[in-house]
Each structure stands twice: as C-alpha cells, then as structure tokens.
Design a protein around this ligand. Structure first.
Ligand code: SF4
Length: 351
C-alpha cells in the first residue's frame, strides 16, 4: 500500500480501533465468560508464583535474568497448603498453574507441591508452563508421576528453525510415552470441559527470545505503551487469581511486583479476596473500559482478552486487526514498533 495512503488512513483507523476491538473481540469473549455488571464468576485459573526467579533471558520480560530486581524468595509450603485448602472448600475444578512471572521448574521439589494439589483437588486441571531449560529426564518423570494434566514448553531462541535440544526431544519421545499413550496426548490448552481430565495436553513450541509482546503494565523492558494503545476492558481480573511467595494477590499476571495488592491469602480466604473491594473496583473500571484508575492498566497495551479458548469470531477479528495494526499503526520500516502477533500468551517466564 502506498505510504501516502497509509498516512491518510492511519488517523481514522486509530480512532476506530478501540471500538473495533471492543465490539469484535472483547464483547464475544465477555459473553463467553459470563462477564457482566453482576457478580464476577469464580476465577478460572489460580496462578501460584512459588519462587521469584527465572533462568531465561527473554528481552520482553522483567523477570528475565538480565532484568530481574526482585529478591529470590520461595513460598513456604504452609502458605501453599492454605491456598489448596481454600480451594478444597470451594470444590475447585478450574486450573492451577505454577507460573506468574517465574520459571516453575526452578522451584525446589516442585513435584511435592503438585502431589499435594493432586491429592486434595482431584478434579482440578494442573498445568506446567515452562521454558524447558531445566526439563531433565528425572524432573519430567517426577512431574508426570505427581499428576500434572498439561505441560507446555516454550523454547526461546533467536533462530526459529533451530531444532529442539536433545533433552526436550528425549522428554517428548521417551519419557512422556511411558506415562501417557499417544491417543491420550493432545496439543492445546486446558481441559476439554471443566473437570474432565481424560486427556493429557502437551505443547512444544518455538518462541523468539527477542519477541515484542505487550507492555506488561509498563514492566516489559522492550515495549512501552503509547497513548491510544490501551483498549479499555481487560478480562484478567475476572478470570485470574495470581498469588506470589508471601501470599499477596495481585491485580493480574502483568503486575510483576504485586504492587496493586488485592489481598493476602495468609490473612484472608480466597473467596473473600475475589469478591472484595479492590477486585470489585478494578472490575468496575474495566467494565467501563476505563484504564485510567490504575497505574498498571494505564501503562498496559494488552488487548484485553486472551486468544486461547476465545470464540472463533473473536479470533478471526483479532487476526484481521493484527494485520491492520501492522499496516496502519506501526510503520513497516520500524520492526521495533510492530505489535505482537495475536495468540501469544503473556510471558510466563508467560500467560
Ligand atoms: S489492562 Fe493490563 S494491567 Fe490492567 S488488568 Fe489487564 S493485564 Fe493487568
């Protein structure tokens, strides 16, 4: 497309973009999740940051080795056990994950935490989301034996065509088949239906270590949120419960430092926090499409809904808008200004 035409269309596109995202992407997803002005449904995933550390060097993440500023702390098992008992009281059948902005395989004896959750919450879906650096044969066996339902390995590299390293291929081809038959193993994310643990999910993905994702509420080292990038509504405070090592619950997974505290599980029940004032205020603002009330949301260009599990219509609209963004929002000659592709989860180590 000629540059003069791009310049001509950019202004109207930016004006219309927020309404397009709201109507075509966010509205169908909200309907799907049952998000409206009434009480929020129960969280769908509990994200537990058991240790504030990662061993990767991703350019987009504040928790990467070269960007980390947090002290290295591991969650005491008593805090974790208290969370699990709260979930038992809720008869929880949603998802449990062991990442927020950390690498779960760096948690000493992670399998013991998982075994405990598996025993106490037989209907919950337990997922591991890892960069795979520490996925040794012994670690993989321990996780599978402990009862995980899903393992996603994001292998971060500069060369997208580089082969996966031998230890990941050994896990996929030798370790996993000893625990789950090929017929049981499926790609993708989450249970087929709530409480259905009849399959095992496995994903081995190439990811770009220098990728541009979201601004992550102002924490991403390689991305800033420009005025007009924010798109109003965001589903995270309606679906996620993020807990860090000392029991604090944050606004969302982008709240790397748990700066916006919604409560603390050492003093409060999970339901009390979930239905409490701070979460309610955050949701009220986001339902109005207002990101100005929070220091984090103001600096966040997350599009507001995740692609995983979203209705096909919303995913198709996201695909189209992503291409329009590349064409009209960021100059093609400036790769650093290009938006992230749809479908990427927030960096666990991201989402
Ligand atoms: S807009 Fe960003 S900072 Fe605000 S809740 Fe959503 S992900 Fe978190």
């Amino acid at each position: 497309m000629p540059r003069s035409l791009v310049r001509y269309l950019r202004g109207p596109y930016l004006l219309a973009r927020r309404a397009l995202v709201g109507g075509l992407i966010q509205r169908p997803r909200r309907r799907q999740l049952g998000i409206g002005p009434g009480p929020a449904p129960l969280f769908r995933t509990v994200f537990l940051e058991l240790r504030t550390r990662c061993n990767a060097r991703c350019a987009f993440c504040a928790a990467a080795v070269q960007s980390e500023t947090r002290p290295d702390v591991t969650m005491p098992f008593e805090i974790y056990a208290k969370v699990i008992e709260d979930l038992v009281r809720l008869d929880y059948r949603g998802q449990i994950a062991y990442h927020v902005n950390n690498e779960p395989l760096m948690v000493p004896h992670l399998e013991r935490y998982i075994e405990h959750a598996r025993e106490r919450l037989p209907r919950a879906w337990i997922r591991i989301y890892t960069n795979g650096l520490a996925l040794s044969r012994a670690k993989g066996e321990a996780l599978l034996r402990a009862g995980i339902d899903e393992l996603t390995v994001n292998w971060y590299a500069r060369d997208p065509d580089a082969p996966f390293p031998p230890h990941l291929l050994a896990f996929r081809d030798e370790v996993l088949p000893r625990f789950h038959s090929a017929a049981r193993v499926h790609p993708g994310y989450g249970p087929p239906a709530p409480g259905d643990r009849s399959i095992f999910r496995f994903n081995l993905c190439h990811r770009n270590v220098d990728e541009l994702l979201d601004s992550r509420a102002g924490s991403a080292p390689n991305k800033v949120c420009h005025p007009g990038d924010a798109t109003g509504f965001c589903e995270h405070p309606f679906t996620q419960l993020n807990i860090t090592v000392d029991g604090r619950v944050g606004r969302c997974c982008a709240d790397v430092y748990f700066a916006d505290v919604m409560g603390n599980v050492t003093r409060q029940g999970l339901l009390e926090i979930w239905t409490g004032g701070p979460f309610e205020q955050a949701r009220r603002d986001l339902l109005r499409g207002d990101r100005s009330g929070s220091d984090l949301c103001r600096r966040c260009d997350f599009r507001g809904v995740t692609s995983q599990g979203a209705p096909a219509r919303a995913r198709a609209a996201e695909w189209i808008l992503f291409r329009l963004d590349r064409l009209l929002r960021a100059p093609a000659e400036d790769p650093a200004a290009r938006p992230a592709a749809p479908g990427h989860t927030p960096p666990a180590v991201g989402t």
